[in-house]
Design a protein around this ligand. Structure first.
Ligand SMILES: C=CC1=C(C)c2cc3[nH]c(cc4nc(cc5[nH]c(cc1n2)c(C)c5CCC(=O)O)C(CCC(=O)O)=C4C)c(C)c3C=C
Ligand SMILES: [Fe+2]
Ligand SMILES: [Fe+2]
Length: 345
């Protein structure tokens, strides 16, 4: 058996043109684990409404953050892949759940190198139906159809790994140590509340109010995005010695009119700015790589809201991106898998 690794991130349009953004959003939003309504309703919503209104505005936002080399999310993921490759002895490929760098191409690249046993690593620290689960399901579909002889090992969300929390805390500490700040906001990508209920294997225990998410040891937490985000914040705050009241968790990037996880990031920035917070630091731990949602929605729109409401200093902490210590965490996951496999044989 020959081993290989497939890192998988979300993806980006091929270019920031309205045409490419429309194509990308069409694939992304037609995923039943992203917009989780029946096919007919999803088609009307996505193709009839969203794709006729959103691509122009979305393309304008992408144009503000696009780099010479391409989409920041793709470029940063490629740099991370190269770093991990330097650290492990097995071939490491990179794929995106949506867009041109397909999971099928990623699997094919590894198969062409002789791999028969592949570990997939979704680049999401917290589990969500719209991220980890859709990758796992897509991989299974592709393997059944095109690569029936390949053995796949999934990687669960890594929000509670000690080495990950250490690296995330270190990266945040590097900014906070030299910073005079009033409040640190931990802003995670939101999901509709309905997604949390659907992923709840204990059938409706999550009360969506934060309280159940802090009860330790519940079986539902393995698939509760809200719990995993709250615990990421708590663990980092503990590690950095942040005092109660000087940090909080919020959820960003909502789309449509359904209730999403609260509190909302934009409303919190607005409220805190109005209430007299002058110096805010903001970190986005649901994103491994900086992307549209961090570079535009937070660093540009978020800062604008804060200043309009009377805030003075708005400091955006970078994602882990291609940090060497983060590549080390991923390579440790690979080594743990490879050693366990060897022992089991
Ligand atoms: C119903 C819609 C969406 C859900 C649910 C959702 C969950 C989700 N997304 C990420 C990570 C990223 N999302 C990004 C962009 C983005 N997300 C949505 C919608 C949902 N996401 C849209 C429509 C877009 C496109 C941009 C826009 O038009 O606003 C990105 C950035 C991609 C890039 O190219 O830079 C990331 C990353 C997570 C982690 C998540 C659930 C936990
Ligand atoms: Fe998203
Ligand atoms: Fe909960």
């Amino acid at each position: 058996m020959s081993k290989g690794i497939l890192l998988v991130n979300l993806g980006s349009p091929d270019s920031p043109s309205p045409k490419d953004v429309k194509k990308y959003l069409g694939e992304f939003l037609m995923d039943e684990r992203v917009i989780d309504v029946p096919l007919v309703a999803r088609t009307i919503l996505v193709k009839g409404i969203i794709l006729n209104t959103r691509p122009k505005a979305s393309a304008a936002a992408y144009q503000k953050i696009w780099w010479e080399e391409g989409s920041p999310l793709i470029v940063l993921s490629e740099r991370l892949q190269e770093k991990v490759q330097q650290k492990v002895e097995y071939p490491v490929a990179l794929a995106m759940r949506y867009g041109s760098m397909t999971i099928k191409k990623g699997l094919q690249e590894l198969v062409d190198k002789g791999c028969t046993e592949i570990k997939t690593i979704p680049l999401y620290p917290q589990f969500a139906m719209a991220t980890t689960e859709t990758i796992d399901v897509k991989v299974d579909e592709l393997v059944a159809k095109h690569f029936p002889d390949i053995k796949i090992t999934r990687t669960p969300a890594f929000y509670n790994r000690e080495d990950y929390i250490n690296v995330l805390s270190k990266s945040i500490g590097e900014t906070l140590n030299d910073l005079d700040y009033d409040h640190v906001l931990f802003s995670y990508h939101g999901v509709p509340e309905r997604h949390i209920r659907k992923s709840d294997i204990t059938n409706g225990n999550c009360q969506m109010n934060g309280k159940c998410c802090f009860k330790m040891g519940s079986k539902q937490h393995e698939f509760c995005y809200r719990h995993q985000c709250e615990i990421t914040t708590v663990n980092v705050a503990k590690k950095l010695g942040l005092k109660n009241g000087t940090y909080s968790t919020t959820f960003q990037s909502r789309l449509g009119f359904d209730p999403w996880l609260k509190p909302y990031t934009d409303r919190t920035i607005e409220r805190m700015g109005k209430a007299g917070t002058k110096k805010m630091a903001i970190v986005t731990p649901a994103f491994v790589s900086d992307c549209l949602e961090t570079l535009e929605e937070i660093a540009m729109e978020g800062e604008e809201i804060f200043h309009e409401m009377g805030g003075k200093e708005f400091t955006v902490i970078p994602c882990l991106n291609d940090r060497d210590d983060f590549a080390e965490v991923l390579s440790t996951m690979v080594e743990e898998w490879a050693t366990a496999e060897t022992k089991a044989v």
